[in-house]
Ligand binder design. Sequence first.
Ligand SMILES: [Zn+2]
Length: 341
Amino acid sequence: MPFPQERPRRMRRTEALRSLVRETVLAPDDLVWPLFAVPGKKVRNAVRSMPGVFQLSVDELVAEAQAGYEAGVRSVILFGVPEHKDELGTGAYDDDGIIPRAIRALKEQVPGLVVMTDVCMCEYTDHGHCGVLKPARVGAPGSDLVVDNDATLALLAREAVAHAKAGADVIAPSDMMDGRVAAIRRALDEQRFDDVPILSYAAKFAGAFYGPFRDAAESAPREGAGIPKDRKGYQMDPANWREALREVALDVAEGADMVMVKPAVPYLDIVRLVRDRFELPVAAYHVSGEYAMIKAAAQAGWIDEERVVLETLLCCRRAGADLVLTYYAKDAAGLLTGKRR
Ligand SMILES: [Zn+2]
């Protein structure tokens, strides 16, 4: 066929034609900005492995969220580093803990902002696991302790209620315990927070892309006698897509309002599968390791950071993510609206 009848190129000739037929749009209000709250005042601790990301005291966090809001970022998700850590992660469900304090300040000073909160135990436990530990009857080789799924549920529920009381708009459990969405939903409803939605980290894969986050949240599992050395006992195996769909189906059945796939880019096939099988809004978390790789290549002068960032986030949307959690949220919003600081 020497002269093809169909020429998709015809619609690529000018930017106006291209934008006319563009299938996916990336907008600042699709983005959710993860922020790390630490105790103190005027604290801005640079996270070594994530250039441009800081641990922020509540006053600084409010200023940062305000700047993001002005750039077009309408949602943040908060992670907390508490004053002290202990075996039971009591800082996680303290009504005056770091996250409730941050929520109250944000709701007061940036009223239009959607404040999501990560609900997990790993930032608050001294051993760094996402739940409380108990002696293993059957454990992984070398660990005498395992995460106690059912005992953890009650603590996660208390944490979610503490966040809702402080004014959180969305509760986002990331622990990967079985049954946690139902436990949190029940606890929120009992306390008459039935209007507070749950964004569940439904398919969260255990892997190497979270390394920089653990610097930022100070949540790496501690090395110690009997303590499981990683999270593979409760987070998902990167090899499994059918299991991811099962995890999502469970969270939907338990009452999740939105579901998340984490990490994003290496797992966009999962995002697409979830998008095709479920009607709920889908989130993709462009995680710390993904951020750090772009930053490092950009700092070496090997890629055009701005273009790579926008393309990456657009591709998350094209794969089916309604919202994208990214450390690039403010910068990307600035690029999209032309209002860079
Ligand atoms: Zn955790």
